[in-house]
Design a protein around this ligand. Structure first.
Ligand code: TXE
Length: 479
């Protein structure tokens, strides 16, 4: 049994209350370990450690910070197999995915911000005619809170922690209680890399106790959160009166818009991925597929044929394309949408739970394609966050633009077309923080990442993240 502990001031601790949560393996539905359900006192201790480390860490040279972050990155890479196995067991995602995407990206996050901090600069403004010069200091905020979800556990956890500490802050972080294991492993890596004690503190537990204690803490000055839109709203309501800086990365209900003039083969292959990668549990998945009517029937046939070949199976089987959903309750949530589809729409493929031999209690579901006849329906308006996509035809650019934007979310859009003018027109008008044209999930870590509308507030990535984790101070000198 894996016993996860809090990582505070460089050491591992049980929760003071001695309250523990069960950790489930989604692939077989069994409990395989426990984790702390930390209380306010544990968060206070993490804060005290972070606050004590702050004066030293914030004065550490950029060169030294950068070296330590690179050592953390190398430590993750050196333990790739161990991290990947842990991630796959905790989350249900195919081991191959954890090995090629999740864990390498976690290492890249540290490497990227190790370099970025050495290139980060601030502005200066010469006030001509007033004999003055203004320059901006970009100073670390102090102690930042980083709260992450279960879908890309170490990947998203480190996407917050790396820029926070690179910028000179100390951190109190909480991974999702559903997938705490790789965050636990990170503690040892940080110690081995020589990260000073208290710079990073990791407390485990459920959102309503541990998470709540972080967002309510009067001296934690910034919260970087990725998770559900409802939780994001609650965090904003709690943190705003305390004047915390907030970065909220929330849900999505992203359109995948396919025009007849696209590169069909490329589109088809990528659409299978953008629909079902990570069991459809990525906020960037294209869960609403809109296809130009002239190729709709052809697409329908070809898409179903491709999806039929996806193998649902145990995450450690290297032939598996689709692993287990993250939890029993999440599987039930996704199934509840399939019940709606049975009553009101046409299920073109899938829709059933899958029993994997030897792992009968695992949370497996077929990739599911649902045909809808209107964008107003619940299935097109609510985030399902599973291996479920809807599809429907459209006739004109104006129609599809209207449907793409007619949703409360605004995270990403995928656009398939070779028409340059249309690309420019639509990219200007689509309400989304990220527009992918003829590709999906192509990421450059320097770009601003985040959503509009109910998909969030603020941007992560590159210098945007370093700006978020610093306070701008203007100094005006008259000469
Ligand atoms: O997320 P939560 P859940 C969406 C997806 C999913 C839904 C709910 O639709 O079905 O959100 O998922 C912590 N104070 N996404 O319930 O609860 C929590 O412990 C402070 C989209 O799992 O938002 C966890 O660490 N923290 C998403 C983190 O918030 C609190 C990825 C996210 O959990 C808290 C995951 C509180 N009061 C789900 N309550 C994406 N954008 O990628 C919870 N938490």
């Amino acid at each position: 049994m894996l016993k996860i502990q809090n990582y505070i001031n460089g050491n591992f601790h049980d929760p003071l209350s001695n309250e523990w949560l069960d950790n489930y393996c989604p692939a077989n539905g069994e409990i395989y370990g426990s984790l702390p359900n930390s209380g306010k006192e544990d968060v206070d201790n993490a804060y005290i450690a972070a606050q004590s480390a702050f004066p030293g860490w914030s004065q550490t040279s950029l060169d030294e910070r950068s070296r330590i972050l690179i050592r953390i990155s190398k430590g993750i890479e050196a333990n790739l197999d161990r991290f990947a196995e842990m991630e796959s067991r905790d989350n249900g995602k195919p081991l191959s995915l954890a090995k090629t995407i999740d864990i390498p990206r976690a290492a890249s996050n540290f490497r990227f911000f190790a370099h970025a901090i050495t290139q980060f600069s601030s502005e200066s403004h010469q006030s001509i005619g007033q004999d003055a010069v203004n320059y901006t200091l970009r100073q670390p905020i102090g102690v930042a809170g980083c709260i992450s979800p279960w879908n890309l556990p170490l990947y998203l956890f480190t996407w917050k922690i790396a820029p926070a500490i690179a910028a000179g802050n100390c951190v109190v972080a909480k991974p999702s209680e559903i997938t705490p294991a790789t965050a636990y492993l990170l503690g040892d890596i940080c110690n081995e890399a020589g990260l000073p004690k208290g710079v990073l503190n990791i407390v485990h537990g459920v959102g309503s106790t541990t998470g709540q204690a972080i967002i309510e803490h009067s001296d934690i000055k910034a919260i970087s959160f990725t998770g559900g839109t409802k939780t994001g709203a609650h965090i904003a309501k709690t943190a705003a009166p305390l004047f915390k800086k907030l970065s909220l990365e929330l849900g999505g209900k992203n359109p995948n818009i396919i025009f007849a003039d696209c590169d069909y083969k490329d589109m088809l292959e990528t659409t299978v991925k953008s629909s079902f990668a990570n069991q459809g549990q990525i906020c960037l998945c294209g869960s609403r597929i809109f296809v130009e009517r002239t190729i709709y029937d052809q697409f329908k046939t070809d898409f179903i044929n491709k999806v039929k070949h996806l193998k649902v199976g145990h995450p450690s089987d290297n032939k598996t394309d689709i692993g287990a959903l993250v939890s029993k309750s999440h599987l039930e949530k996704v199934l509840s949408y399939i019940e709606i589809a049975k009553k009101h729409h046409t299920i073109l493929y899938g829709g059933n739970k899958v029993t994997v031999d030897g792992y009968e209690n695992g949370y497996y579901l077929e990739p599911t394609i649902i045909e809808v006849d209107s964008n107003d329906c619940q299935l097109n308006q609510e985030e399902i966050f599973g291996p479920v996509v809807t599809m429907m035809p459209f006739d004109t650019e104006d129609d599809v633009l209207q449907m793409a934007n007619q949703v409360k979310y605004g995270l990403s859009t995928t656009l398939w077309t070779n028409n340059l003018k249309r690309t420019m027109r639509l990219s200007n008008q689509l309400q989304a923080g990220i527009i992918w044209v003829n590709t999906w999930m192509l990421r450059d870590l320097r770009t601003p990442f985040g959503g509009m509308k109910a998909s969030g507030v603020g941007r992560e990535g590159g210098f945007e993240a370093l700006r978020f984790f610093t306070e701008a101070k203007n100094v005006c000198i008259k000469y």
